[in-house]
Design a protein around this ligand. Structure first.
Ligand SMILES: Cc1cc2nc3c(=O)[nH]c(=O)nc-3n(C[C@H](O)[C@H](O)[C@H](O)COP(=O)(O)OP(=O)(O)OC[C@H]3O[C@@H](n4cnc5c(N)ncnc54)[C@H](O)[C@@H]3O)c2cc1C
Length: 413
């Protein structure tokens, strides 16, 4: 099949670029490896798709972040929202700058993209996982998929995403395609991913959720703190607040250090909580310890704190000693979980690492090594915090690449 522009990867970035190019009459061809496009997009934001963040700026990103300000100057979140509005998708801003489709359904975002492309003459080819990409003798790009089918085009955009969530299409093929064309990449690891801890510490808590502040500490120094929900799993701490700290934990582990996640279930100092627990003991002297913290935190969580503070569950509150009260207060204010690692790509929301961005012109997303080759999205070495930042990068880099492709094709006319 022959096209002017070929896009490898029908995810967020690939579909977005295809829409922009189709609307300008370039009839792009999207090659998607899976049976359907945008599978990961449907899973974003718990099915609601947190599609951008009004506070998106360089400080929210990791990797080759210098490209962020250049790309976001061209496509800040307001312009991304305007782009979606032009496709018929209205968006709303919720707390902390997070933007969602007004329908609160990720499917609306995918539909807007997927319906626009063919309407303007673009083609979506599914079950076409690109295995090789090369430039042929006539200077055209030639992609071959795993079935042996060959597609050619004058311009190619690789938007195959990262390694996160393999069931939703995450794989490392994009990096390999770029490497074959002379590009280099930095090592990849999973990010926005559950933290691993000693399973004996959390076994009894599996499935419990707490709203708290969670901090990552190493060498008695707090590296980062997040507020939000933490979910206890099978030897893991997950939930967005915990997952945001995975990067900090990995950095410490890579240097041979010992990261510790600290859960602060209550506000205030340990001293204030010692006084509070003393008053609680006087108010409820008849409580067995297994119920003593109910009303402050979920019962099973309260029981584990009592056990962690080395107090017998059957003991009555009026028998609590000063030391025991102090230990309980310490655990409520700073419950410590040594972190042994983070889970793999199958549980991750994003990939850290990828094709190096300094090998591309950030004003067009064109390769500095191969004319006519473009990149966008998570295949590149940039990843954002949780909160709409990763999709903002996918859209903004894709729209920049679409501009770059359009300009370069127009020059040839
Ligand atoms: C569960 C989950 C929830 C998330 N929630 C949010 C959120 O709410 N907000 C946010 O900002 N970010 C979120 N993210 C991250 C966000 O989804 C990604 O950063 C974003 O989708 C990256 O876009 P992309 O186009 O680069 O890659 P993808 O969206 O992953 O698309 C890549 C596409 O390329 C296809 N592909 C791969 N290799 C080939 C090949 N060789 N040939 C052809 N096709 C290929 C894949 O099948 C896939 O469809 C979430 C991620 C996960 C896993």
């Amino acid at each position: 099949m022959n096209a002017r522009v070929m896009i490898s990867g029908g995810g967020a970035a690939g579909l977005c670029a295809a829409c922009a190019l189709a609307k300008r009459g370039f009839e792009p061809l999207v090659l998607e490896g899976q049976a359907r496009v945008g599978k990961k997009l449907l899973a974003t934001g718990n099915g609601r798709c947190n599609l951008t963040n009004m506070g998106a700026e360089e400080t929210r990103y990791h990797g080759d972040t210098k490209a962020i300000s250049v790309v976001f100057q061209r496509y800040p979140p307001q312009k991304v929202r305007a782009f979606f509005r032009s496709l018929g998708l209205e968006t709303v801003e919720e707390t902390e700058g997070r933007v969602y489709p007004m329908s609160r359904q990720a499917a609306s975002v995918l539909d807007a993209l997927r319906l626009t492309i063919p309407a303007y003459g673009g083609t979506i080819q599914t079950e076409a996982p690109v295995a090789t990409l090369r430039r042929n003798e006539r200077g055209r790009f030639e992609a071959q998929d795993e079935s042996g089918a060959i597609y050619t085009a004058r311009r190619v955009l690789v938007a195959t995403g990262g390694l996160a969530a393999p069931k939703l299409g995450g794989n490392g093929s994009g990096v390999r395609l770029f490497q074959a064309l002379g590009h280099t990449s930095s090592a990849s690891f999973s990010t926005i991913v559950p933290l691993k801890t000693d399973s004996t510490l959390v076994r009894a808590l599996k499935g419990q959720r707490v709203h708290c502040t969670i901090a990552m500490e190493a060498n008695q120094r707090t590296l980062r703190e997040e507020n939000g929900e933490v979910l206890f799993g099978d030897g893991s701490l997950s939930g967005i607040a915990a997952m945001q700290l995975a990067r900090n934990a990995q950095e410490v582990l890579r240097k041979g250090g010992q990261p510790v996640a600290i859960l602060r279930l209550v506000n205030g100092s340990t001293k204030e909580w010692i006084d509070e627990l003393k008053r609680r003991k006087d108010r409820c002297p008849f409580y067995p310890m297994e119920d003593f913290l109910s009303g402050i935190c979920p019962k099973r969580v309260g029981m584990e704190i009592v056990k962690a503070a080395k107090i017998a569950l059957a003991k009555r509150a009026d028998a609590l000693t000063q030391d025991e009260i102090a230990r309980l207060a310490e655990h409520l204010c700073a419950w410590r979980f040594p972190i042994t690692g983070v889970q793999g790509f199958e549980h991750a929301q994003a990939t850290s690492g990828g094709v190096r961005l300094n090998e591309f012109d950030w004003n067009t997303m064109q390769s500095k090594y191969v004319n006519g080759l473009f990149a966008a999205g998570e295949v590149l070495n940039v990843d954002g915090d949780c909160g709409g930042y990763n999709l903002q990068w996918a859209w903004a880099s894709a729209l920049t690449a679409a501009d770059g492709i359009a300009q370069s094709l127009q020059k040839e006319r």
